[in-house]
Design a protein around this ligand. Structure first.
Ligand SMILES: [Fe+2]
Ligand SMILES: [Fe+2]
Length: 333
């Protein structure tokens, strides 16, 4: 047997906005909600006025009368995101026990509490997602730092200067952007490309820094650097190391399949490696090496155009052509 004390406590702690088009009607319902223990405000007006009151008052729920329920919900939460105040139709509530008694009150409280739980859940999910992103950023920053140190170490005994690795990475990332690759992939190319020749740390100086032409045997030793570099970078389990490994292994493959070490052709060559290959050839051409003079930027660009479809991915060569003389000079500096 319920007592009036039960009724008076049924909605304690809830702040309700009773909203409708007719003042007398909202006042009747408001008084009933207050009798059930709610802190109830009764308001009659048009949808604009009711929506403003709901938004500024932040009630536990809006109890909507007559025809205002659907338009008010559409107005307060057009995308159904459940961030706005909860709108409950009076009809649905009254149907619970035919009148606004303790059954309706229990249902109202349950609706308010489940909405609060849902909002809390959405909040927690956002926090967890943000934390996961933070962790990925931290891990990648630490990894980039380690790779950078490795690069500096390699620079002490390589014909490839640190500046060469940065220029190749910059041009390869620019080509990736020019080809419309997603931002994430552009970033992976930018940070993976500098390590393309890391395998050269295993090639003796007598071969690596030899001023004259190489013997066939010496060239075979040079040709081992992609596989050696890939081995250094293999098995890391991150997108960045995975990209860096693919670049190191395949940056001397040619579009027509005549490159090394795997003789891959066309699309079978990872796109990051195709871009680094082109950028690497361009950069080597426009800078002096122990075994060659530097070419002009225009002569190097003509060489890239000549190699489209044989040495280079034709799409990459077209992207390079689109960069134009001003861009080539920028990238060569
Ligand atoms: Fe190389
Ligand atoms: Fe290189």
């Amino acid at each position: 047997m319920r007592t009036s004390m039960d009724d008076a406590d049924a909605l304690a702690g809830l702040r309700l906005l009773v909203a409708g088009g007719d003042l007398a009607a909202v006042q009747v319902v408001g008084a009933r909600m207050a009798a059930l223990g709610a802190d109830a405000t009764a308001l009659a007006g048009d949808i604009d006025a009711l929506a403003r009151a709901a938004e500024s008052g932040r009630p536990s729920a809006v109890l909507a009368l007559d025809a205002v329920e659907a338009p008010l919900r559409a107005r307060l939460d057009p995308l159904g995101l459940h961030h706005a105040p909860l709108v409950i139709g009076l009809d649905a509530l009254a149907a619970a026990d035919g009148e606004l008694g303790h059954v309706a009150a229990g249902r109202l409280r349950a609706l308010v509490e489940s909405r609060a739980l849902k909002a809390r859940q959405i909040e927690l999910e956002a926090v967890v997602t943000e934390q996961a992103l933070d962790r990925r950023r931290d891990t990648e920053a630490a990894l980039q730092d380690s790779l950078h140190r490795l690069l500096h170490a390699a620079g002490y005994r390589d014909d490839n200067t640190y500046e060469h690795t940065q220029r190749v990475a910059g041009l390869a990332a620019r080509l990736a952007r020019e080809l419309g690759l997603p931002d994430r992939e552009v970033t992976l190319v930018l940070h993976g490309a500098p390590l393309h020749d890391i395998g050269k740390i295993a090639v003796p100086d007598s071969i690596l820094l030899k001023p004259g032409p190489l013997t066939p045997e010496e060239f075979e030793v040079i040709k081992s650097h992609p596989a050696l570099g890939a081995r250094v970078l293999a098995g890391g389990g991150s997108d960045l190391l995975h990209t860096a490994e693919a670049i190191a292994r395949h940056h001397h493959e040619r579009w027509d399949g005549d490159g090394y070490p795997s003789g891959l052709a066309g699309d079978a060559i990872p796109v990051a490696a195709r871009l680094v290959h082109l950028a690497d050839v361009f950069d080597v051409l426009v800078h002096e090496r122990p075994y060659k003079e530097s070419w002009t930027v225009e002569a190097a660009a003509a060489e890239i155009a000549r190699g489209a479809g044989t040495d280079f991915d034709p799409d990459a060569a077209r992207a390079f052509a689109r960069i134009g003389p001003e861009g080539w000079h920028q990238e060569a500096r």
